[in-house]
Structure formats: structure tokens, C-alpha cells
Unconditional design. Structure first.
Length: 555
């Protein structure tokens, strides 16, 4: 279909409603007047490429990789235009450590996809997985499994019934300096254990008396698999010099002090908190440290924990709070949540009420207007945008949506892949399009300065290139956008055209194909048109040769 292009001094006039959904993949709906303008970064599973999309679902940049690699799992775009991504080989020989979310390689590539740096950890002793976090100093925080034998686990106090794999993979965090390839800081769960199973083994004590320590025998996974914690997200707060992680098999989020030395991080004193590497905050499931029961649980296999501090002003009411995607809060839907952890700047500690840290409940809970549309047992993300909207990715079904504070849908996108291969627009049975996260970067983000962001196509096959034509540029007339009014808009019967400065005005109304619907001379201040017999769609109203308004007919 022909796309109409009007060449002139332009501004974007947009409808204040969504068009009825037509697409089945890619862009599903879009309300430009309420959506946040930016570019969307996605790294879908089962394929090797990272995509940057505009809000119309068009590719504006792609970082391609060899088909032998897959996401492992997160990706970040830095202000200088470099991309930091996690990946793993599609086929690994002699894979000693591996579970859902497995990674192994962290790369930095420039805008033109040249590999600038690569770090690999994937052997019989340790393996990177899930997430990383670039730091302001250029270092990168990484999550890794580390191998512990059956004998080591038993000596630490692990219940033998929870050793069905005869090994354990507790998590640890490493901080790597890309300039030197050195691990400059690390923190190990294994240094902060407690257990009340075997008094003759290490770490024995009262779990309930030590919420700052991690119960070696707690897990929401009853099978006792080696992947005991499955830490799936990490974020860094440079103001506090603290790290937060999501630990889904505990249904908790944990915060630790990063201001410690390596030796202090392995102990129980030191750092700004004075607690060394012990937990200074944990929240979501107090039963994990004997301070609650099922009724007290708030988090359920959560993902994408992070501080709200990016692209949001310091004086924003949610700045410095925590956002999280709560995957399994209900058997049929997931939620996006904001938590106020209650950090005390004077005490340099989080609020403790004697049984748990932080608040009794979420500060904000957001559900999709049709709740089951956001339902994902794993993966997924949430982002608070600068205009107060929430951008949510329901990872298991590759569905992303932007919601206003009033819970209106203003943007939807469905990853158009099946098993990593592009699908045709119109397909309705999509599977295998899982997407770890989505992140929207403002158009003003430094990485985009001087870059060519001209659309270069779509991920999907046979794309509907006219679907986003509702935001075609519209000409500016005499710099006065209030001269000409059209109401109601959308319309289904009588629509009124009103001009502030009447005269001999030539009015032309055309459809998306450029076909003339009406052409007449308007001499009066106001005229009524009957559109009840028009075909539904978008029409452009031109006055004296300039396209000045858009009309949506919804008969």
C-alpha cells in the first residue's frame, strides 16, 4: 500500500485514542500522544541478535551475532553507544554447569558491532548466568554459579535429602575491570550461611536469630537441584554503593554492601553498613528466615529487581525505590510492583521492625486491564518511564505493554518470532518468542547522538507497513495549530469542522491511499459533515493545500 508523505515544515499531530488492533505480531497498538517516545532494546531468546526498535516496531539498528550463540541473558546500551551483552554457545561440549538462564560470555561491542572486549567464565568450577550490571566506573558486576561438591555441601550443613544431584551451585557476584580483565571484588553466598540441620557441621545456629545470613537448607524448589538459588537479576546503586539481587528460589530480594573490601565482603563486619558481606536487607518471603509463613509472602519467583534511578528525575516520588516483576503471584497472572525499602540515611540502615525489613506491602501494584495478558512463569521486566508510564514485558509470551498511571494501554508489541525465526504478520499461534526483558531509552539518550536511526525494516515477515501511519507528519499552517478544529474525533455520525478565521478555504479530505473523499470550498465559520456511510479508517483533512488534521471514522 502507498504510504503518503507530505513535505513541509511538519509537526506531529496524534490521535488521543488507540486504533482498533489489527496486527497479530510486532506492533499491536500505539497511542503516540500518551506513550513515551524512545527506542526499545530487546534480545529475544532462541536467536543471536540484539534489536533496537522505534515505537512503530521498526528496526532502527541491529547488532548481529553468529547463529551459534544465544542470549545469556541480558543486554545494556551504554551512553557512548557501546553494547554490553551476555551470551552462550548454542551447543556446549562437556557442559559441567548449566541450567535455565545459563550464560558464560560477556561482550562489549561498539555501535558498528565490532567486539571491543570479551570475558568468559564457563568451566567445571564456575559459570556466568542471567544478568550483569555495568557500573559508572566502567566495571561490570556479574552473577555466577560456583561448583560445590557433595562433600563440601554436607560439611557446610546441607541436608543430604536436598542433594539429589550430589553437588550444589551456590551463586556469587564478581566485579570485573574490562581494562585489565581482573576480578577486583567478589561476594559469595557461601561465606554467609547458616543452618540448623546438623550441629556437627559448619554454620550451625538459629536461623530465626540471624536474618542477615542465608539458610543453606531453604528453597522453594523441593527437588533439591544443584541450582539452589537461581539468582536472575542484579543492580547497583552508586549513591548507596549497594547491590540488589533477585533470588527466585527464595522468593526474595537481597541487598548487600558493596563498600566492603574483598576480605570484608567474606566476613561479617566492615563497609559503610558495618555488616561486611552479610545481608543488610531482604524482602518478599520472611519464612525463608523463620520469621513468617505463607500468608506473609509477597514475592513469587520474581525477576528484574532494580532501583528506580535511570531516566527519572531525582525529585520523582518513586526515585530510589525498587521495581520488580512478580511472576507467579497468581496462577493466571503476574504483576508489576514498586517497593519502598525504607532506607535510613541517618542510620545508614534499612527499617527493621523486629521480624522483617522494609514495608509490610508493596507501595504500588499494577496489573494489566486484562490480567491474564501479563502472565509469565519466568523472565520478564518492568520499567518506570519518565512520563510515569510503566513498560512491562511478559517474557514467556514475548508480550510487551506500556500502561499509563490510569492503567490505559498506550503501546503493545509482541515479539514476532517462533523458535527464533521471524513469523509472518497475521500469524496467531506464536510460541517460542520468549523475551528476557525490554528496555526503552529516551530519544535524547547520549548513545543516539549523531547515529543514523532511519528505519531499516521489521523483524516480522510480510509486515503491515501502514499500521503506524496514524502518526504520519501533518503540515503546520501559519504556525497556528488551533485555527482548525474537528470534533468529535473519532466520529461515527456527524463531524463538525470549525475555523477560527473563516474565508474562502479549500477543503480536501483524503484516505490513507491518497484517494479523495470530499473536496469543497468552505466560506462559513462552521460546517457539519455526515460520515455515517464512510468506510472506517483514518482520513487526512487538507485546508488550502496543507494537511492540517486527522480524522478517525469508526462506523
Amino acid at each position: 500500500m502507498l504510504r503518503i508523505i507530505f513535505i513541509s515544515t511538519i509537526f506531529y499531530f496524534v490521535l488521543s485514542i488507540n486504533l482498533p488492533a489489527q496486527n497479530t505480531v510486532g506492533l499491536l497498538s500505539y497511542n503516540p500522544s500518551k506513550a513515551f517516545e524512545g527506542y526499545n532494546l530487546i534480545f529475544p531468546h532462541n536467536q543471536p541478535n540484539v534489536y533496537l526498535l522505534n515505537n512503530c516496531g521498526e528496526i532502527v539498528h541491529v547488532w548481529e551475532d553468529d547463529p551459534q550463540f544465544r542470549p545469556g541473558n541480558s543486554v545494556y546500551l551504554l551512553e557512548n553507544g557501546n553494547l554490553v551483552k551476555c551470551k552462550h554457545p548454542l551447543v556446549s561440549e562437556n557442559e559441567s554447569i548449566g541450567a535455565g538462564g545459563k550464560g558464560g560470555i560477556v561482550e562489549i561491542v561498539d555501535w558498528d558491532n565490532t567486539v571491543l572486549w570479551s570475558f568468559e567464565q564457563n568451566d567445571s568450577t564456575a559459570r556466568l548466568h542471567h544478568d550483569i550490571q555495568p557500573m559508572p566506573n566502567g566495571h561490570i558486576l556479574m552473577i555466577s554459579w560456583e561448583y560445590k561438591s557433595k562433600a563440601e555441601a554436607i560439611q557446610a550443613g546441607r541436608d543430604t535429602a536436598l542433594l539429589i544431584n550430589n553437588k550444589l551451585w551456590p551463586d556469587y557476584i564478581l566485579e570485573v575491570d574490562p581494562n585489565t580483565d581482573e576480578i577486583v571484588w567478589e561476594w559469595h553466598v557461601w561465606d554467609h550461611l547458616i543452618q540448623d540441620y546438623d550441629a556437627g557441621k559448619d554454620n550451625f545456629g538459629s536461623v530465626g536469630d540471624h536474618p542477615e545470613l542465608i539458610d543453606l537448607n531453604w528453597t522453594s524448589n523441593p527437588d533439591g537441584i544443584a541450582d539452589w538459588l537461581h539468582t536472575n537479576a542484579i543492580d547497583y546503586n552508586p549513591e548507596l554503593d549497594q547491590i540488589v539481587v533477585s533470588v527466585p528460589f527464595f522468593d526474595e530480594i537481597w541487598i548487600i554492601d558493596h563498600s566492603t573490601s574483598v576480605s570484608e565482603a567474606a566476613g561479617h563486619t566492615g563497609g559503610l553498613s558495618g555488616k561486611g558481606g552479610d545481608l543488610i536487607f531482604r524482602w518478599g518471603n520472611p519464612a525463608a528466615y523463620r520469621m513468617g509463613n505463607a500468608a506473609d509472602q509477597k514475592l513469587f519467583f520474581q525477576h528484574d529487581i532494580h532501583w528506580i534511578d535511570e531516566f527519572v528525575d531525582f525529585d520523582h516520588p518513586h526515585y530510589g525505590k525498587l521495581a520488580v516483576f512478580n511472576n507467579r503471584v497468581n496462577p493466571s497472572y503476574s504483576t508489576a510492583n514498586i517497593i519502598n525499602p525504607g532506607f535510613g540515611w541517618d542510620s545508614w540502615a534499612y527499617l527493621w521492625n523486629g521480624s522483617q525489613w522494609g514495608p509490610e506491602d508493596f507501595e504500588l501494584t499494577v496489573m494489566h486491564p486484562q490480567p491474564t495478558k501479563i502472565h509469565s512463569g519466568g523472565l520478564s521486566s518492568v520499567q518506570l518511564l519518565p512520563n510515569d508510564n510503566l513498560l512491562i514485558c511478559s517474557g514467556a509470551n514475548g508480550y510487551s505493554v506500556e500502561l499509563t498511571p490510569q492503567n490505559d494501554i498506550v503501546w503493545e508489541y509482541k515479539t514476532p518470532l517462533m523458535g527464533g525465526q521471524p513469523v509472518t504478520q497475521g500469524d496467531t499461534t506464536i510460541s517460542g518468542n520468549i523475551t528476557f526483558r525490554i528496555k526503552r531509552y529516551p530519544t535524547s539518550y547520549a548513545a543516539f547522538e549523531g547515529r543514523d536511526l532511519t528505519p531499516i525494516g521489521y523483524i516480522e515477515l510480510d509486515p503491515d507497513t501502514t499500521f503506524c501511519d496514524m502518526i504520519l507528519p501533518v503540515d503546520e499552517v501559519a504556525g497556528n495549530t488551533n485555527t482548525f478544529k474537528v470534533f468529535p474525533n473519532p466520529a461515527s455520525g456527524i463531524v463538525t469542522l470549525e475555523i477560527d478565521n473563516p474565508g474562502s478555504r479549500l477543503i480536501e479530505i483524503i484516505d490513507l491511499l491518497g484517494r479523495r473523499q470530499l473536496y469543497f470550498e468552505m466560506n462559513d465559520h462552521r460546517i457539519d459533515l455526515d460520515v455515517s456511510n464512510w468506510e472506517p479508517g483514518i482520513f487526512f483533512i487538507r485546508m488550502d493545500g496543507f494537511t492540517f488534521q486527522k480524522l478517525l471514522v469508526i462506523n
